[in-house]
Design a protein around this ligand. Structure first.
Ligand SMILES: [Zn+2]
Length: 315
């Protein structure tokens, strides 16, 4: 019988997902609730409740949307509303067991590499597409966390100096061109700038998912917007490939499937054109991730197991 080896928790701006995960990445128990709004105490309480509901004394791995230092302190979680929260230490005390904390997209990258579309590959990059653009890097089978814990912020690879404003405060990050929010904003600008017919004109406000739906229904303007987003992602991917030479690039996150028919070919083409030595080599494949909403919980759980069994202890 398959048994759980760890509890994985994925904390996003709106959803808090919890899963009991087996060593091969199989999800045995799955729970979901809203992320408590902007309050440290209710966040800790919500996590404790979810862990109690799963039961047992399994190690806990958390992936959280934000910048996480290697010691498990969440330096900045703008969508969760926390700052300098010693999440690993405080939860470890409350739950009397090892607690590991990493960035949510990094956890998802690790999950995909261990148990999803990246299985069997040692060097894998993941771009997550949703309201924002996230990322994670697995090299040599290990999750890259970086010196400060901030590695893998692939959404903030700068593709145009002094370009469009990014929510991170910089300009020209790929997130400012390819996130759901950015695609919605570009659509609104594009509609205002011309009289081109588009089904999007009937909507009061246009977001990324509306653009994906319109593109699937054959709307040329929507298709063009997704293709452009794919090209910007391809530019960012080329820089990442030049720096890290991965075997595989995965594209996941809530918006990935919707944009894929138009954006994925554009990512591949742009990457193939821009990668160094493109006359002499083949760029790594760009594919859809496989674990969907489970990627974060599975990755966080398997990472916790790795950290507690290698003797390194929870970071
Ligand atoms: Zn940015």
């Amino acid at each position: 019988m398959t048994t759980a080896v760890a509890i994985g928790i994925d904390i996003g701006g709106t959803r808090l997902r919890t899963a009991a995960v087996a060593a091969d990445g199989t999800v045995l128990d799955r729970r979901r609730r809203e992320t408590p709004a902007s309050d440290e105490a209710s966040l800790l309480e919500a996590i404790e409740d979810e862990v109690d509901a799963i039961g047992g004394v399994l190690p806990v791995g958390i992936g959280i949307a934000g910048l996480v230092a290697p010691d498990g302190v969440v330096r900045y979680g703008p969508n969760i509303g926390v700052r300098d929260l010693a999440l690993a230490a405080r939860l470890g005390d409350r739950l009397s067991r090892p607690v590991t904390v990493v960035n949510d997209a990094s956890a998802a990258a690790f999950g995909e590499q261990r148990a999803g579309a990246g299985q069997g590959r040692r060097d894998v990059l993941l771009f997550t597409l949703g309201t924002g653009v996230g990322g994670g890097v697995v090299l040599g089978g290990e999750l890259l966390v970086g010196a400060g814990g901030f590695a893998g912020e692939l959404g903030h690879v700068i593709v145009e100096r002094d370009g469009r404003a990014c929510p991170c405060g910089n300009r020209g990050c790929v997130e400012a061109y390819a996130s759901g929010k950015a695609i919605g904003r570009l659509a609104t600008e594009r509609l205002a700038a011309s009289d081109r017919p588009s089904g999007l004109r009937e909507l009061t406000s246009v977001g990324g998912s509306a653009v994906s739906r319109a593109a699937a229904e054959g709307d040329p303007l929507a298709q063009e917007l997704l293709l452009e987003a794919g090209e910007w992602l391809g530019v960012a991917m080329a820089s990442c490939v030049n720096a890290l030479d991965p075997e595989l690039i995965l594209v996941g996150g809530g918006a990935a499937k919707g944009v894929a028919p138009f954006a994925l070919p554009a990512m591949r083409d742009t990457l193939a054109q821009l990668v160094i030595g493109h006359h002499f080599r083949v760029a790594p494949p760009v594919q859809l991730a496989a674990l969907g909403d489970d990627a974060g919980t599975v990755g966080a759980a398997l990472y916790a197991v790795d950290r507690t069994t290698t003797g390194e202890g929870p970071p």
